[in-house]
Design a protein around this ligand. Structure first.
Ligand code: ZN
Length: 147
């Protein structure tokens, strides 16, 4: 039986990511929920993109911290992601929509969940959070298989 290999981040890089997520959380615009979230996304080449949640009075227009970071990176031409750290008051994992967006670009992404004090509460892969995820590969396979 093949051994499952979980990608691991070096401690200094994990710390840098978590600190960036905690700092990004300070910039959250969350006047409606009061639930501030920060994210820090590490690309394979080593660039860091941060994001915070941005709530809008028309709630459907709200965007999460994770997606803010992803969209910033993609809009700058980067889509090869290695890891993301997310910081909230109570150490919540990314929501379902963000898991789907992250899966589009990085099914084996390392995900670090931290609280506002920077304590790491969980670390794993996106596949742990979104097993059997649907992404571009499944779409292409389905198209080849026909309808
Ligand atoms: Zn989300």
């Amino acid at each position: 039986m093949a051994e499952l290999i979980t990608p691991v981040l070096p401690d200094d890089l994990r710390r840098r990511l978590v600190e960036a997520a905690v700092a990004a959380r300070q910039r959250a615009y969350s006047p409606y929920s009061g639930y501030a979230v920060g994210a820090a996304l590490l690309t394979a080449p080593g660039t860091l993109y941060t994001g915070c949640n941005i709530e809008i009075a028309s709630y459907g227009a709200t965007v999460c911290a994770e997606r803010t970071a992803v969209f910033k990176a993609v809009s700058e031409g980067e889509s090869d992601f290695r890891a993301i750290a997310v910081a909230t008051s109570n150490g919540a994992a990314p929501c379902g929509i963000c898991r789907q967006v992250l899966f589009e670009f990085a099914p084996s992404l390392i995900v670090i969940v931290a609280n506002a004090q920077g304590e790491v509460l969980w670390e794993g892969t996106l596949s742990d959070l979104l097993p059997l995820g649907f992404g571009p590969q499944k779409l292409a396979e389905g198209q080849r298989a026909g309808s």
